[in-house]
Design a protein around this ligand. Sequence first.
Ligand code: URA
Ligand code: CA
Length: 433
Amino acid sequence: MRMIDLIEKKQHRQALTQDEIKWMIDQYTADVVPDYQMSAMAMAIYFNGMNEDERSALTMAMVESGDQIDLSDIEGVKVDKHSTGGVGDTTTLVLAPLVASVGVPVAKMSGRGLGHTGGTIDKLEAIPGFHVELSQQDFSELVNKNKVAVVGQSGNLTPADKKLYALRDVTGTVESIPLIASSIMSKKIASGADAIVLDVKTGAGAFMKNVEQAKELAETMVNIGKSVGRQTMAVISDMSQPLGNAIGNGLEVKEAIDTLKGQGPEDLTELCLVLGSQMAYLGGAADSLEEARTLLEANLKNGKALEVFKTFVEAQGGDASVADDPDSVLPVAAYTKEVLADQDGVVSEIIADQIGIAAMMLGAGRETKESQIDLSAGLYLHKKVGDKVSAGESIATLYSNKAISDEVGERVLTNVKLSDSATEPTLVYDIVQ
Ligand code: URA
Ligand code: CA
Protein backbone atom coordinates (compact mmCIF):
# COMPACT_ATOMS: atom_id res chain seq x y z
CA MET A 1 0.00 0.00 0.00
CA ARG A 2 1.04 3.59 -0.56
CA MET A 3 -0.05 6.47 1.66
CA ILE A 4 -0.37 8.81 -1.33
CA ASP A 5 -3.08 6.55 -2.81
CA LEU A 6 -5.02 6.55 0.46
CA ILE A 7 -4.81 10.35 0.74
CA GLU A 8 -6.13 10.72 -2.82
CA LYS A 9 -8.89 8.24 -2.16
CA LYS A 10 -10.14 10.23 0.84
CA GLN A 11 -9.63 13.46 -1.09
CA HIS A 12 -12.09 12.07 -3.68
CA ARG A 13 -14.62 11.22 -0.95
CA GLN A 14 -14.17 7.48 -1.23
CA ALA A 15 -14.34 5.30 1.85
CA LEU A 16 -11.14 3.67 3.11
CA THR A 17 -11.26 -0.03 3.88
CA GLN A 18 -10.54 -1.50 7.30
CA ASP A 19 -7.22 -2.90 6.00
CA GLU A 20 -6.17 0.45 4.60
CA ILE A 21 -6.94 2.25 7.87
CA LYS A 22 -5.13 -0.39 9.93
CA TRP A 23 -2.09 -0.20 7.63
CA MET A 24 -2.04 3.62 7.76
CA ILE A 25 -2.22 3.79 11.59
CA ASP A 26 0.39 1.04 12.06
CA GLN A 27 2.80 2.71 9.66
CA TYR A 28 2.22 6.11 11.22
CA THR A 29 2.81 4.78 14.75
CA ALA A 30 6.04 3.14 13.51
CA ASP A 31 7.20 6.49 12.04
CA VAL A 32 7.15 5.06 8.49
CA VAL A 33 4.31 7.27 7.29
CA PRO A 34 5.61 10.81 7.95
CA ASP A 35 3.71 13.61 9.70
CA TYR A 36 3.22 15.55 6.46
CA GLN A 37 1.32 12.72 4.81
CA MET A 38 -0.71 12.08 7.94
CA SER A 39 -1.60 15.76 8.20
CA ALA A 40 -2.82 15.74 4.57
CA MET A 41 -4.97 12.73 5.47
CA ALA A 42 -6.30 14.45 8.62
CA MET A 43 -7.28 17.46 6.51
CA ALA A 44 -8.98 15.23 3.91
CA ILE A 45 -10.94 13.58 6.76
CA TYR A 46 -11.72 17.00 8.22
CA PHE A 47 -13.38 18.06 4.94
CA ASN A 48 -14.81 14.78 3.68
CA GLY A 49 -15.67 12.91 6.87
CA MET A 50 -15.77 9.18 7.46
CA ASN A 51 -18.61 6.67 7.36
CA GLU A 52 -19.49 4.43 10.31
CA ASP A 53 -17.28 1.53 9.24
CA GLU A 54 -14.30 3.83 8.75
CA ARG A 55 -14.81 5.44 12.17
CA SER A 56 -14.90 2.06 13.92
CA ALA A 57 -11.85 0.86 11.97
CA LEU A 58 -9.90 4.01 12.87
CA THR A 59 -10.84 3.66 16.53
CA MET A 60 -9.80 0.00 16.71
CA ALA A 61 -6.56 0.62 14.80
CA MET A 62 -5.64 3.24 17.43
CA VAL A 63 -6.66 0.89 20.27
CA GLU A 64 -4.34 -1.77 18.81
CA SER A 65 -1.43 0.67 18.39
CA GLY A 66 -0.44 0.24 22.07
CA ASP A 67 -1.19 -1.52 25.34
CA GLN A 68 -4.69 -2.59 26.21
CA ILE A 69 -5.64 -2.83 29.87
CA ASP A 70 -7.10 -6.15 30.91
CA LEU A 71 -9.72 -5.71 33.62
CA SER A 72 -10.97 -9.29 33.43
CA ASP A 73 -9.85 -10.05 36.99
CA ILE A 74 -12.34 -7.49 38.26
CA GLU A 75 -15.75 -9.00 38.95
CA GLY A 76 -18.87 -7.49 37.41
CA VAL A 77 -19.58 -5.10 34.55
CA LYS A 78 -16.87 -2.44 34.61
CA VAL A 79 -18.33 0.95 33.77
CA ASP A 80 -16.25 3.96 32.79
CA LYS A 81 -17.30 7.58 32.42
CA HIS A 82 -15.71 10.19 30.22
CA SER A 83 -16.30 13.90 29.99
CA THR A 84 -15.23 15.79 26.88
CA GLY A 85 -13.79 18.41 29.23
CA GLY A 86 -15.01 21.47 31.05
CA VAL A 87 -14.57 24.03 33.81
CA GLY A 88 -15.23 23.10 37.42
CA ASP A 89 -16.36 19.64 36.31
CA THR A 90 -16.26 17.86 39.65
CA THR A 91 -18.46 14.92 38.57
CA THR A 92 -15.89 12.09 38.69
CA LEU A 93 -15.02 12.79 42.34
CA VAL A 94 -18.69 12.36 43.18
CA LEU A 95 -19.62 9.63 40.71
CA ALA A 96 -16.84 7.16 41.44
CA PRO A 97 -17.85 6.55 45.10
CA LEU A 98 -21.56 7.15 44.44
CA VAL A 99 -21.84 4.52 41.71
CA ALA A 100 -19.60 2.13 43.67
CA SER A 101 -22.01 2.52 46.61
CA VAL A 102 -24.73 0.69 44.64
CA GLY A 103 -22.35 -2.19 43.91
CA VAL A 104 -21.11 -1.33 40.42
CA PRO A 105 -17.30 -1.59 40.05
CA VAL A 106 -15.70 1.72 39.02
CA ALA A 107 -12.19 1.15 37.67
CA LYS A 108 -11.37 4.66 36.56
CA MET A 109 -8.37 5.90 34.69
CA SER A 110 -8.20 9.69 34.76
CA GLY A 111 -6.05 12.47 33.40
CA ARG A 112 -4.53 15.73 34.54
CA GLY A 113 -5.82 19.13 33.56
CA LEU A 114 -4.42 21.25 30.76
CA GLY A 115 -5.19 24.87 29.95
CA HIS A 116 -8.53 26.04 31.31
CA THR A 117 -9.90 22.53 31.91
CA GLY A 118 -9.26 20.58 35.10
CA GLY A 119 -8.30 16.94 35.61
CA THR A 120 -9.45 14.45 38.23
CA ILE A 121 -5.93 13.24 39.07
CA ASP A 122 -4.82 16.74 40.12
CA LYS A 123 -7.96 17.16 42.22
CA LEU A 124 -7.36 13.92 44.11
CA GLU A 125 -3.79 14.96 44.84
CA ALA A 126 -5.17 17.89 46.84
CA ILE A 127 -6.02 15.29 49.51
CA PRO A 128 -2.82 14.85 51.61
CA GLY A 129 -1.23 11.44 51.05
CA PHE A 130 -3.45 10.37 48.14
CA HIS A 131 -1.49 8.51 45.47
CA VAL A 132 -2.64 7.90 41.92
CA GLU A 133 0.04 5.45 40.80
CA LEU A 134 -1.06 1.86 41.37
CA SER A 135 0.18 -1.35 39.80
CA GLN A 136 -2.32 -3.16 37.60
CA GLN A 137 -2.65 -5.82 40.28
CA ASP A 138 -3.22 -3.39 43.19
CA PHE A 139 -5.72 -1.52 41.05
CA SER A 140 -7.77 -4.66 40.33
CA GLU A 141 -7.57 -5.77 43.97
CA LEU A 142 -8.82 -2.43 45.25
CA VAL A 143 -11.73 -2.43 42.81
CA ASN A 144 -12.68 -5.96 43.83
CA LYS A 145 -12.49 -5.03 47.49
CA ASN A 146 -14.02 -1.52 47.57
CA LYS A 147 -15.70 -1.33 44.13
CA VAL A 148 -13.69 1.79 43.33
CA ALA A 149 -10.15 2.93 42.50
CA VAL A 150 -8.83 5.81 40.40
CA VAL A 151 -5.41 5.80 38.71
CA GLY A 152 -3.46 8.04 36.35
CA GLN A 153 -3.24 7.08 32.67
CA SER A 154 -0.65 4.41 31.98
CA GLY A 155 2.33 4.81 29.68
CA ASN A 156 1.73 3.21 26.32
CA LEU A 157 -2.02 3.55 25.88
CA THR A 158 -3.02 4.49 22.27
CA PRO A 159 0.34 5.91 21.07
CA ALA A 160 -1.22 6.49 17.62
CA ASP A 161 -3.74 8.86 19.19
CA LYS A 162 -1.00 10.69 21.09
CA LYS A 163 0.90 11.33 17.84
CA LEU A 164 -2.15 12.15 15.80
CA TYR A 165 -3.61 14.47 18.43
CA ALA A 166 -0.38 16.48 18.64
CA LEU A 167 -0.36 16.72 14.83
CA ARG A 168 -4.01 17.80 14.65
CA ASP A 169 -3.36 20.46 17.27
CA VAL A 170 -0.94 22.27 14.92
CA THR A 171 -2.64 21.59 11.56
CA GLY A 172 -6.16 22.92 12.17
CA THR A 173 -7.71 19.46 12.26
CA VAL A 174 -8.83 19.11 15.88
CA GLU A 175 -12.48 19.97 15.32
CA SER A 176 -13.46 17.03 13.18
CA ILE A 177 -16.16 14.79 14.60
CA PRO A 178 -14.75 11.46 13.29
CA LEU A 179 -11.28 12.39 14.57
CA ILE A 180 -12.47 13.54 18.02
CA ALA A 181 -14.80 10.54 18.40
CA SER A 182 -12.16 7.97 17.46
CA SER A 183 -9.58 9.71 19.67
CA ILE A 184 -11.77 9.60 22.77
CA MET A 185 -13.26 6.16 22.14
CA SER A 186 -9.88 4.55 21.41
CA LYS A 187 -8.66 5.61 24.86
CA LYS A 188 -11.83 4.37 26.59
CA ILE A 189 -11.75 1.02 24.79
CA ALA A 190 -8.03 0.48 25.39
CA SER A 191 -8.52 1.13 29.10
CA GLY A 192 -10.73 -1.92 29.31
CA ALA A 193 -14.23 -0.87 30.35
CA ASP A 194 -17.21 -3.08 29.42
CA ALA A 195 -19.57 -0.12 29.38
CA ILE A 196 -18.95 3.56 28.73
CA VAL A 197 -20.97 6.62 29.77
CA LEU A 198 -20.04 9.79 27.90
CA ASP A 199 -20.67 13.33 29.12
CA VAL A 200 -20.52 15.45 25.98
CA LYS A 201 -20.28 19.09 26.96
CA THR A 202 -21.62 21.96 24.90
CA GLY A 203 -21.22 25.73 25.25
CA ALA A 204 -18.44 28.32 25.62
CA GLY A 205 -16.30 26.13 27.89
CA ALA A 206 -16.50 23.07 25.56
CA PHE A 207 -15.14 21.86 22.21
CA MET A 208 -18.62 21.66 20.75
CA LYS A 209 -20.03 25.18 20.92
CA ASN A 210 -23.60 24.22 19.97
CA VAL A 211 -26.04 21.44 20.84
CA GLU A 212 -26.37 20.08 17.27
CA GLN A 213 -22.61 19.47 17.00
CA ALA A 214 -22.53 17.95 20.47
CA LYS A 215 -25.37 15.61 19.53
CA GLU A 216 -23.61 14.50 16.35
CA LEU A 217 -20.41 13.83 18.32
CA ALA A 218 -22.38 11.90 20.96
CA GLU A 219 -24.17 9.77 18.36
CA THR A 220 -20.89 9.04 16.59
CA MET A 221 -19.21 7.90 19.82
CA VAL A 222 -22.19 5.79 20.91
CA ASN A 223 -22.22 4.06 17.51
CA ILE A 224 -18.48 3.39 17.66
CA GLY A 225 -18.79 1.91 21.15
CA LYS A 226 -21.68 -0.35 20.19
CA SER A 227 -20.02 -1.44 16.95
CA VAL A 228 -17.05 -2.79 18.90
CA GLY A 229 -19.16 -4.51 21.55
CA ARG A 230 -19.09 -1.96 24.39
CA GLN A 231 -22.39 -0.75 25.80
CA THR A 232 -22.28 3.02 25.38
CA MET A 233 -24.57 5.91 26.32
CA ALA A 234 -24.12 9.68 26.22
CA VAL A 235 -25.50 12.72 27.98
CA ILE A 236 -25.30 16.13 26.35
CA SER A 237 -24.80 18.62 29.14
CA ASP A 238 -24.24 22.32 29.50
CA MET A 239 -20.81 23.91 29.71
CA SER A 240 -21.78 27.48 28.93
CA GLN A 241 -21.35 28.29 32.64
CA PRO A 242 -18.99 26.35 34.96
CA LEU A 243 -20.46 23.33 36.75
CA GLY A 244 -21.16 23.82 40.45
CA ASN A 245 -19.65 26.79 42.30
CA ALA A 246 -16.05 25.71 42.91
CA ILE A 247 -13.26 25.78 40.30
CA GLY A 248 -9.83 24.65 41.44
CA ASN A 249 -8.47 21.41 42.82
CA GLY A 250 -8.84 21.59 46.61
CA LEU A 251 -12.00 23.68 46.31
CA GLU A 252 -13.57 21.04 44.08
CA VAL A 253 -12.69 18.24 46.51
CA LYS A 254 -14.65 20.12 49.17
CA GLU A 255 -17.53 20.63 46.74
CA ALA A 256 -17.55 16.91 45.92
CA ILE A 257 -17.69 16.05 49.65
CA ASP A 258 -20.64 18.43 50.13
CA THR A 259 -22.36 16.77 47.18
CA LEU A 260 -21.76 13.29 48.60
CA LYS A 261 -23.42 14.56 51.81
CA GLY A 262 -26.44 15.60 49.75
CA GLN A 263 -25.58 19.28 50.24
CA GLY A 264 -23.89 20.08 46.93
CA PRO A 265 -24.78 22.63 44.27
CA GLU A 266 -28.01 21.80 42.43
CA ASP A 267 -26.52 21.51 38.94
CA LEU A 268 -23.58 19.30 39.98
CA THR A 269 -25.88 17.05 42.02
CA GLU A 270 -28.37 16.70 39.18
CA LEU A 271 -25.71 15.91 36.55
CA CYS A 272 -24.16 13.31 38.86
CA LEU A 273 -27.57 11.67 39.27
CA VAL A 274 -28.18 11.64 35.50
CA LEU A 275 -24.74 10.22 34.66
CA GLY A 276 -24.71 7.96 37.71
CA SER A 277 -28.09 6.46 36.75
CA GLN A 278 -26.67 5.47 33.37
CA MET A 279 -23.60 3.95 34.98
CA ALA A 280 -25.64 2.04 37.56
CA TYR A 281 -28.07 0.84 34.89
CA LEU A 282 -25.34 -0.30 32.48
CA GLY A 283 -23.55 -1.92 35.43
CA GLY A 284 -26.63 -4.02 36.14
CA ALA A 285 -27.54 -2.51 39.54
CA ALA A 286 -31.03 -1.56 38.32
CA ASP A 287 -33.50 -2.52 35.61
CA SER A 288 -34.26 1.02 34.55
CA LEU A 289 -32.72 4.49 34.72
CA GLU A 290 -35.49 5.54 37.15
CA GLU A 291 -34.75 2.70 39.53
CA ALA A 292 -31.02 3.48 39.32
CA ARG A 293 -31.67 7.10 40.21
CA THR A 294 -33.73 6.11 43.26
CA LEU A 295 -30.87 3.93 44.55
CA LEU A 296 -28.33 6.72 44.08
CA GLU A 297 -30.53 9.37 45.71
CA ALA A 298 -30.98 7.12 48.73
CA ASN A 299 -27.20 6.68 49.13
CA LEU A 300 -26.62 10.44 49.03
CA LYS A 301 -29.14 10.82 51.89
CA ASN A 302 -28.22 7.84 54.08
CA GLY A 303 -24.47 8.49 54.12
CA LYS A 304 -23.43 5.36 52.17
CA ALA A 305 -21.89 7.30 49.27
CA LEU A 306 -19.79 9.34 51.71
CA GLU A 307 -18.70 6.15 53.50
CA VAL A 308 -17.48 4.68 50.20
CA PHE A 309 -15.62 7.92 49.49
CA LYS A 310 -13.77 7.62 52.84
CA THR A 311 -12.87 3.99 52.19
CA PHE A 312 -11.65 4.87 48.69
CA VAL A 313 -9.49 7.78 49.91
CA GLU A 314 -7.96 5.72 52.71
CA ALA A 315 -7.23 2.78 50.42
CA GLN A 316 -5.14 5.05 48.18
CA GLY A 317 -3.17 6.55 51.07
CA GLY A 318 -5.21 9.71 51.53
CA ASP A 319 -6.34 11.33 54.76
CA ALA A 320 -9.98 10.19 55.03
CA SER A 321 -10.76 12.76 57.75
CA VAL A 322 -11.01 15.17 54.81
CA ALA A 323 -14.63 13.99 54.53
CA ASP A 324 -15.51 15.22 58.03
CA ASP A 325 -13.33 18.31 58.18
CA PRO A 326 -12.27 19.42 54.69
CA ASP A 327 -11.24 22.92 55.79
CA SER A 328 -8.48 21.74 58.11
CA VAL A 329 -7.21 18.93 55.82
CA LEU A 330 -7.19 20.55 52.37
CA PRO A 331 -4.50 23.08 51.36
CA VAL A 332 -5.32 26.66 52.34
CA ALA A 333 -4.47 29.62 50.09
CA ALA A 334 -2.37 32.44 51.54
CA TYR A 335 -4.38 35.11 49.71
CA THR A 336 -8.09 35.58 49.08
CA LYS A 337 -9.97 38.38 47.37
CA GLU A 338 -13.64 39.14 46.80
CA VAL A 339 -14.97 40.15 43.38
CA LEU A 340 -17.68 42.73 44.05
CA ALA A 341 -20.61 43.48 41.75
CA ASP A 342 -20.48 47.02 40.35
CA GLN A 343 -24.26 47.21 39.73
CA ASP A 344 -27.59 45.55 40.59
CA GLY A 345 -28.92 42.87 38.24
CA VAL A 346 -29.57 39.23 37.46
CA VAL A 347 -26.75 36.96 36.30
CA SER A 348 -27.57 36.16 32.66
CA GLU A 349 -24.35 34.43 31.59
CA ILE A 350 -21.08 33.17 33.09
CA ILE A 351 -18.57 32.56 30.30
CA ALA A 352 -17.08 29.21 31.31
CA ASP A 353 -13.78 29.24 29.42
CA GLN A 354 -12.94 32.78 30.61
CA ILE A 355 -13.67 31.81 34.23
CA GLY A 356 -11.48 28.73 33.70
CA ILE A 357 -8.66 30.97 32.48
CA ALA A 358 -9.07 33.18 35.58
CA ALA A 359 -8.75 30.08 37.79
CA MET A 360 -5.65 29.05 35.83
CA MET A 361 -4.10 32.52 36.34
CA LEU A 362 -4.61 32.08 40.09
CA GLY A 363 -2.54 28.89 39.87
CA ALA A 364 -5.26 26.23 39.61
CA GLY A 365 -4.27 25.07 36.11
CA ARG A 366 -1.27 24.45 33.89
CA GLU A 367 -0.20 26.50 30.89
CA THR A 368 2.17 23.73 29.82
CA LYS A 369 2.45 20.09 30.84
CA GLU A 370 5.43 20.95 33.04
CA SER A 371 3.78 23.73 35.10
CA GLN A 372 3.33 23.16 38.83
CA ILE A 373 -0.18 23.74 40.05
CA ASP A 374 -1.26 25.35 43.30
CA LEU A 375 -3.76 22.89 44.79
CA SER A 376 -5.29 25.56 47.02
CA ALA A 377 -5.89 28.00 44.16
CA GLY A 378 -9.07 28.74 42.26
CA LEU A 379 -12.33 30.53 42.71
CA TYR A 380 -15.73 30.05 44.26
CA LEU A 381 -18.74 31.51 42.45
CA HIS A 382 -21.35 32.80 44.90
CA LYS A 383 -23.73 33.45 42.03
CA LYS A 384 -24.88 31.33 39.08
CA VAL A 385 -27.06 32.12 36.06
CA GLY A 386 -30.49 33.28 37.25
CA ASP A 387 -29.31 34.62 40.63
CA LYS A 388 -30.00 38.22 41.73
CA VAL A 389 -27.04 40.44 42.61
CA SER A 390 -26.86 43.80 44.39
CA ALA A 391 -24.12 46.36 43.78
CA GLY A 392 -21.27 45.78 46.25
CA GLU A 393 -22.20 42.13 46.86
CA SER A 394 -19.53 39.47 46.34
CA ILE A 395 -19.90 37.50 43.09
CA ALA A 396 -16.88 35.30 43.68
CA THR A 397 -14.03 34.65 46.10
CA LEU A 398 -10.56 34.19 44.57
CA TYR A 399 -7.92 31.96 46.22
CA SER A 400 -4.18 31.83 45.52
CA ASN A 401 -0.77 31.39 47.12
CA LYS A 402 0.57 34.35 45.16
CA ALA A 403 -0.63 37.94 45.52
CA ILE A 404 -3.83 38.30 43.46
CA SER A 405 -3.64 40.86 40.66
CA ASP A 406 -6.54 43.17 39.81
CA GLU A 407 -6.47 41.67 36.33
CA VAL A 408 -7.93 38.37 37.53
CA GLY A 409 -10.73 40.04 39.46
CA GLU A 410 -11.56 42.14 36.40
CA ARG A 411 -11.61 39.06 34.19
CA VAL A 412 -14.15 37.41 36.49
CA LEU A 413 -16.25 40.58 36.75
CA THR A 414 -16.45 41.08 32.97
CA ASN A 415 -17.34 37.45 32.34
CA VAL A 416 -20.19 37.26 34.84
CA LYS A 417 -22.78 39.14 32.77
CA LEU A 418 -25.52 41.03 34.58
CA SER A 419 -28.78 42.04 32.98
CA ASP A 420 -32.46 42.77 33.84
CA SER A 421 -33.51 39.16 33.49
CA ALA A 422 -32.13 35.73 32.61
CA THR A 423 -33.50 32.66 30.87
CA GLU A 424 -33.54 29.51 33.00
CA PRO A 425 -30.35 27.58 32.14
CA THR A 426 -30.64 24.08 30.67
CA LEU A 427 -28.41 21.47 32.28
CA VAL A 428 -29.09 18.31 30.26
CA TYR A 429 -30.00 18.79 26.60
CA ASP A 430 -30.36 15.24 25.47
CA ILE A 431 -29.56 11.60 26.13
CA VAL A 432 -28.19 9.42 23.33
CA GLN A 433 -28.37 5.67 23.66
N1 URA B 1 -10.30 14.88 23.59
C1 URA B 1 -9.60 13.86 23.06
O1 URA B 1 -9.17 12.98 23.78
N2 URA B 1 -9.40 13.83 21.74
C2 URA B 1 -9.89 14.78 20.91
O2 URA B 1 -9.68 14.68 19.71
C3 URA B 1 -10.60 15.85 21.46
C4 URA B 1 -10.80 15.87 22.82
CA1 CA C 1 -17.31 22.60 40.36
